[in-house]
Design a protein around this ligand. Sequence first.
Ligand SMILES: [Zn+2]
Length: 106
Amino acid sequence: MPMQPPVFGRQPGPKKPWARPAGQPDRRKRGRAGQRDRRQVLEEEPFCRICVDRGREVGSDVVDHIVRLADGGSDARSNKQALCNPCHDAKSLAELAADRVARCDA
Ligand SMILES: [Zn+2]
């Protein structure tokens, strides 16, 4: 009776919904170039852009792509903004919710 050999470690599962489609190049700057860009954006915008629009001065924590790379946004400076963590989380959730609605409509 043949037996399957034991399988260890993480097995490839179904693709995550946010995974980059096969064949689509990674347009995000990575490594030191990406670190330098993020640091520069945070230095240029010390306060969260959304909070400033709402009349609050909250320090920025993360660099956000205004138009997501997944939606065809570029990794250029003009498409980046500094946000605080709560604003970035809220924006990301809103984008995911919009994705779900778009998938239901399709
Ligand atoms: Zn904010």
